[in-house]
Write a new protein. Sequence first.
Length: 282
Amino acid sequence: MIRKLRNWASENLNGIGQIWSSLGFFLIIFALSSCKQKPANSEKAGIAISFDDHFINDWYALRPLFQKYNAKVTFFLTCPDSLTADEIVKIKQLQKDGHEIGFHGTIHGNATEMLKSQGAQQYIETELKPGLEHLARIGIKPTSYAHPGGNHTDQADSILLVNGFKILRDVAQAERKLFGIPVYHFAPRVMNWIYYPFNKEQIVDALIIDEGTNISESEINEALKKAKETNTAIMLFGHQPLYGKPKNGEYGFSVAFLETILKEARAQNLRFYTMSELPTAK
């Protein structure tokens, strides 16, 4: 019910009204969802990190960092028809390392617009089928899906679940801006919807950690502590690994910030989950 209300708000509110209505809405949701008793243990407490798009060489370069912290993550791959022979070797190695290869669409299309203009079957034929066939030919069968741009509807979700995906990932943002000015900023620890409660839910939200989201190290550390305290898994995602400030249209996350997250996750003794492991974790 909460998800449907949030989806309705994002689709039907505009401009300043959207910003303030969304703010009030999230405050209501926070109030409703924050009155939970702490669990008796933290044996499932963990973190699920994922990365979107087609930055295979950059992701591959993070292997030593993942190995340092014994971390496993999910890579949501888009445009698999353009994979080079070298990229195939690297993506297969990442899979062999224990990471998950999820799907992010064949053409990175807007599901809402595609379904409206083309219909369900054409959406399947354009956005799902070709990319999945390309991946199947190299021995990869994704069971998790990240909505391109966070665009989706109940119809899109139903189609994806029927086509065998175990979990569908949407986008959560800690900060919203209007004309470049922050209108509100949530500390991730109060965003209960980015914590997986191991209730077999298949439609989830992950917090974007790319540069420009203005999430501090202290905020992320507090968020990870909350996962430990509540026996949940915090879900985070980014795009391209960056070693400095974004330039020339780059969009991605700070590698130094990622290491901060991995280091604190280890300090909190959090389990690393791939996205498809969340609904079936024991």
